[in-house]
Ligand binder design. Structure first.
Ligand code: TRP
Length: 487
């Protein structure tokens, strides 16, 4: 009996196999593909390589232990399993939480179609968990303008239609309306937000935009400018109805941005760079922190992500239990061997087995997941069994989503999208503190620098640096001790 249907699934696959030439892996907001080897086969995306290339930091056990100490909460299974695997300055957010200082969560979605799949909901599920954990405001940006600018065919009316339906999908994840503001760029650009957009755009040259985004002379100028809109949402002073009118205070409140890793190179690297150079009355803009998730692979394998426009590549939130079953049985790339006999002798490869990989995202029970891995790799468990478990978990997830989604009406969308104050408490174990700026670079005042830091601020920064150095030293000693003990 053949346990592995990859040959048939690939013949049938709607994903064009145009990528047969050898090529390097590409990950940016507009392309995601693993390396193509000499044999023309797409490899899994190498996330370690991305961490090196982008210059982000891996989330390690020490950071997770600190997270648990500070929040009193066990890290989410995405964190425990390396699905949310990389970050920029996440430790600064933990510092702030510990001290009761404000920050907010920011994420977004480009409404490009009504076809929302389970790959889209992953960062939002994680964001909801962060909101529940930290009890802070969350801002969700709907980039209808981006989807108009980056599509050849879509009209403004079309993307606006997707926007309200996508907002319903997002609300159905379970966000708290008292703490969440969703906005559409077409509706919200203006006032304080627009001032920040222009501040940001003034500090990016065409050369820099080209280097970051790969634009060329034929790129429409709307696309070139768009990054400043996505970036300016990282600044709390864009939202006076939430954080207050006093920019000298709000300028120091940083965002924590949960997103898929493809969003990193663009606006946030760019925005972090400009934040360090820009000052408001001598006070630097807080750089956003980021926390990155990897992609939920397409059914066809771990070298690419699900696509909203290719039905057979993804499990959609509108899929029926039967469609879910058929898609997984027919298309899910298998890490099993070609025959049951061989599989029983050599075992399967969970690192490429799509059914197992999906279970890492959707099955919360660590012990059960480990058991499946051991059984599959030993050869005792066959591809069909792994798929059956995956089907059950996904059917459960999608059914629960559909039930919540049915309850979201136009009124709810209006509520979430109305400009209004939000209510949040932050860390219940820390006193609430007035905002302070800590991740701006004092030595890096750019042309807009409207004055130097005060003596007090410099002192504070110096102290901060000393604390960081001490912490680093302690961590190093601890690691050394642990490794000598282990030896
Ligand atoms: N550009 C993103 C997309 O196309 C949407 C987006 C805007 C976003 N701001 C964000 C995603 C912040 C993650 C984090 O889907």
């Amino acid at each position: 009996m053949a346990t592995n249907v990859n040959g048939a699934a690939l013949d049938d696959s709607p994903i064009p196999q145009a990528v047969q030439k050898q090529s390097k892996q590409t990950v940016d907001p507009y392309n995601v593909s693993g390396e193509v080897g000499e044999d023309g086969v797409v490899k899994a995306i190498d996330y370690n390589k991305l961490v090196d290339e982008f210059g982000t930091k891996k989330i390690d056990d020490e950071l997770l232990a600190r997270f648990e100490r500070v929040t009193g909460k066990r890290p989410h299974h995405f964190l425990r399993r390396g699905i949310v695997f990389s970050h920029r300055d996440f430790e600064l957010i933990l510092d702030r939480y510990e001290r009761g200082e404000p920050f907010f969560l920011y994420t977004g979605r480009g409404p490009s179609s009504d076809s929302v799949h389970v790959g889209h909901t992953i960062p939002f599920e994680f964001t909801k968990w962060l909101q529940d954990t930290f009890d802070v405001p969350l801002i969700i940006m709907m980039t209808d303008d981006e989807k108009y600018l980056f599509s050849e065919k879509k009209t403004i009316e079309e993307v606006q239609g997707y926007c309200s339906n996508n907002a319903k999908d997002i609300i159905a994840i379970g966000f708290d309306p008292a703490k969440t503001f969703i906005f559409s760029d077409f509706d919200f650009v203006g006032g304080a937000f627009y001032r920040n957009i222009v501040r940001l755009s003034k500090h990016i040259t065409l050369n820099q935009a080209r280097a970051i985004f790969g634009f060329n002379d034929s790129t429409n100028i709307g696309r070139i400018h768009f990054g400043s809109i996505q970036g300016a949402t990282s600044w709390a002073s864009s939202f006076p109805h939430i954080f207050g009118e006093d920019e000298s205070k709000t300028v120091g409140i940083p965002a924590l941005i949960p997103c898929a890793i493809d969003q990193d190179p663009t606006d946030f690297r760019m925005t972090r760079d400009v934040s360090a150079r820009l000052k408001y009355q001598g006070k630097p803009y807080a750089k956003p922190s980021l926390i990155h998730a990897l992609f939920l692979p397409a059914l066809q394998g771990p070298g690419t992500k699900m696509s909203a426009s290719i039905d057979e590549s993804a499990i959609f939130l509108r899929d029926t239990p039967n469609q879910i079953k058929n898609k997984i049985n027919k298309y899910a790339f298998s890490g099993g061997k070609v025959s049951a006999e061989e599989h029983r002798i050599h075992g399967g490869d969970t690192s490429v087995d799509v059914a197992y990989q999906y279970l890492r995202f959707f099955l919360e029970d660590d012990e059960e997941l480990e058991r499946l891995k051991v059984e599959y790799e030993s050869g005792r468990m066959l591809t069909g069994d792994m798929k059956a478990i995956c089907i059950k978990e996904l059917q459960k997830y999608v059914a629960a989503f559909q039930e919540r989604r049915a309850k979201v009406d136009d009124e709810a969308v209006k509520l979430f999208m109305t400009r209004r104050p939000l209510q949040w408490r932050g860390n219940p174990r820390a006193p609430r503190v007035v905002p302070t700026v800590e991740n701006g670079d004092a030595n890096n005042a750019g042309p807009e620098g409207e004055g130097k830091l005060t003596k007090n601020q410099l002192k504070k920064l110096e102290k901060q640096k000393q604390i960081e150095a001490k912490k680093a030293q302690k961590a190093k000693e601890k690691a050394e001790k642990a490794s000598t003990e282990a030896a």
